[in-house]
Design a protein around this ligand. Structure first.
Ligand SMILES: [Zn+2]
Length: 279
């Protein structure tokens, strides 16, 4: 089995219906290796549904991950918003675990004008409480703050790696496209490998063996991300990225978030497979 699996963020467009089960079936038919459950508008899947999803994924050999709701801010001013944000991450982790998913991703926070160090400490405290609760529940899902694409959003590689070193069972979701959009740089082989090296130095080789990656095309401006695009409509150098992932023998999942979903997921997978064969 491949060390690096490719799949879509949500059910592929060409699935029979938009349901998660049909998404898993279609992913398997297409020859993809993984799929991200998009709980981005809320965790609406119940426990019985999650069990069925888990059985289907196991039967079809599709590895699952989950994306927590967008409405999360671990640096919110209001205590009730913090509690609601924590609840959404916890609920994602609980349903993901029943589905057999080993990794969940979430958007940590907005700075809201705070100095980044202050936002970091606030987010770390509230994420720590979540991790304590999951430990009490014996939930061993990896909880992954995502590298974010807008300058107003918490989530630089440093911030995400710091959380990962300070909190047990927290690891990065490395959205290479977001970091490119945020900086206007990080779009070459050298720059991609610099991120991989940083991860290896901070978290050890094991982190590169267990990566959760997001990739898509992207439109961006001075404030970073504007919107996701298909790879062939954007300047994102995905072949350079795939070469870097291959050369560092990165393992885990690559979730494609291009608007065309499976088309770009298949493009990434085919390109990666071709690179492996050129060795
Ligand atoms: Zn995301």
């Amino acid at each position: 089995m491949a060390g690096l699996l490719f799949g879509t963020g949500g059910t592929p467009h060409s699935a029979k219906t938009a349901s998660t089960i049909d998404g898993i079936e279609r992913s398997a038919e297409l020859g993809l290796g993984c799929m991200e459950l998009e709980f981005v508008q809320g965790v609406k899947m119940g426990e019985a549904g999650a069990r069925l999803v888990g059985e289907t994924a196991a039967r079809r050999g599709i590895k699952l991950t989950a994306h927590a709701p967008y409405f999360i801010n671990l640096n919110a001013r209001e205590p009730e918003k913090i509690r609601a944000s924590q609840g959404r991450i916890l609920q994602t982790a609980r349903i993901a675990a029943i589905c057999g998913a080993e990794s969940i991703v979430f958007h940590t926070a907005f700075y809201l004008g705070d100095p980044p160090e202050e936002a970091y400490n606030t987010a770390k405290k509230h994420l720590g409480e979540i991790m304590d609760q999951l430990k009490r529940e014996n939930n061993r899902v990896w909880v992954r703050p995502e590298i974010m694409g807008k300058v107003s959003q918490f989530g630089t590689p440093d911030e995400v790696l710091n959380l990962s070193t300070e909190l047990e069972r927290v690891a990065p979701c490395v959205d290479f496209t977001h970091w490119h959009a945020r900086t206007g740089r990080f779009n070459t082989y050298q720059e991609f490998t610099s991120i991989l090296l940083q991860i290896k130095e901070r978290l050890g080789r094991a982190a590169l063996d267990n990566m959760h990656i997001h990739v898509s095309g992207i439109a961006y401006g001075k404030k970073g991300e504007i919107k996701h695009l298909n790879l062939n409509e954007s300047d994102f150098q995905y072949i350079e990225l795939l070469k870097a992932l291959k050369d560092y023998d990165v393992k885990g999942v690559v979730i494609c978030e291009s608007p065309n979903l499976e088309e770009d997921a298949l493009l990434l997978q085919a390109t990666y497979d071709a690179l492996l064969k050129t060795d």
